[in-house]
Design a binder for this molecule. Structure first.
Ligand code: ZN
Ligand code: ZN
Length: 256
């Protein structure tokens, strides 16, 4: 069974999707789903993107089954390392994505992150922050959306060209390999062949460096997006010689 391993429902600050609708969309496509609610401890200036994980697991326990799994997407930052480590240790989730959403206490989504800096500087800082976190966050299962910054960067061409940032990207990929973690193929930015061609060198390089596993997820915040790009993501993994997995009770299982 294919799995969409990344999506957000009402426990995430930025989603109003009901779990019942997510389950229905999964069933319609005969795919498994993993809910991965946002948990960004230390989120700048507010308690946004944080939720009560016990309440989440209790409320959704009645929905939990082999093809409806409950995970969490942790916002990685070094000043919250211990709190995140304690949290993940205490909760019985199926899957933990580690993501970079905030750098130097500024949400990457915000325009202020890009003010008065060049793309070269900002992207280098982004990969550097990812590298620093990946060295310490040894308790996650998959590194989320390595291309996240390209969603929001306010540059005329926000694309990540592997060759332009090869050294910085390689450093991140090597740590993921060393830590034996999966690398996510986030299908949100997979819209056409060009977007696949741009991501391909990153995942090919991951395989070259010894990477083996990927998780494929849509990052859906609404029902219509569930399963979107899953086939393309699976094809991308296969083309790079990577195996797609999903996680249940923190164990990796091959997606077949
Ligand atoms: Zn994310
Ligand atoms: Zn997400």
């Amino acid at each position: 069974m294919l799995f969409d391993t990344h999506m957000h429902t009402t426990f995430s600050t930025d989603s109003t999707m009901k779990i019942e609708d997510a389950i229905r969309k999964g069933q319609e496509q005969s795919i498994g789903i993993i809910i991965t609610e946002h948990m960004d401890l230390g989120y700048p200036d507010s308690n946004a993107f944080q939720f009560d994980v016990d309440e989440y697991l209790t409320t959704y326990s009645k929905f939990r089954r082999d093809d409806v799994l409950l995970g969490i997407e942790i916002g990685m930052r070094n000043d919250c390392l211990q709190d995140n480590r304690d949290l993940v240790r205490q909760v019985e989730v199926d899957f933990v994505i580690g993501s970079i959403h905030v750098i130097d206490n500024i949400d990457i989504y915000h325009e202020s992150f890009y003010c008065s800096h060049t793309k070269q500087y900002v992207y280098s800082r982004y990969f550097e922050a990812m590298l620093e976190c990946m060295k310490c966050y040894d308790f996650i299962d998959s590194l989320g959306h390595i291309d996240y910054i390209a969603r929001y960067a306010r540059f005329s061409d926000p694309e990540i060209y592997y060759d332009e940032f090869a050294e910085a990207i390689d450093a991140v990929l090597k740590i993921v390999v060393e830590q034996e973690k999966a690398l996510e193929i986030n299908t949100r930015r997979i819209t056409d062949q060009k977007s696949i061609d741009l991501l391909m060198p990153i995942y090919k390089r991951f395989a070259e460096l010894g990477g083996k596993l990927v998780t494929v997820g849509s990052d859906a915040h609404k029902p219509a997006d569930i399963g979107r790009g899953l086939a393309d993501g699976m094809a991308l993994a296969a083309a790079c010689g990577l195996k797609a997995v999903y996680f249940k009770e923190r164990q990796a299982y091959y997606v077949k």
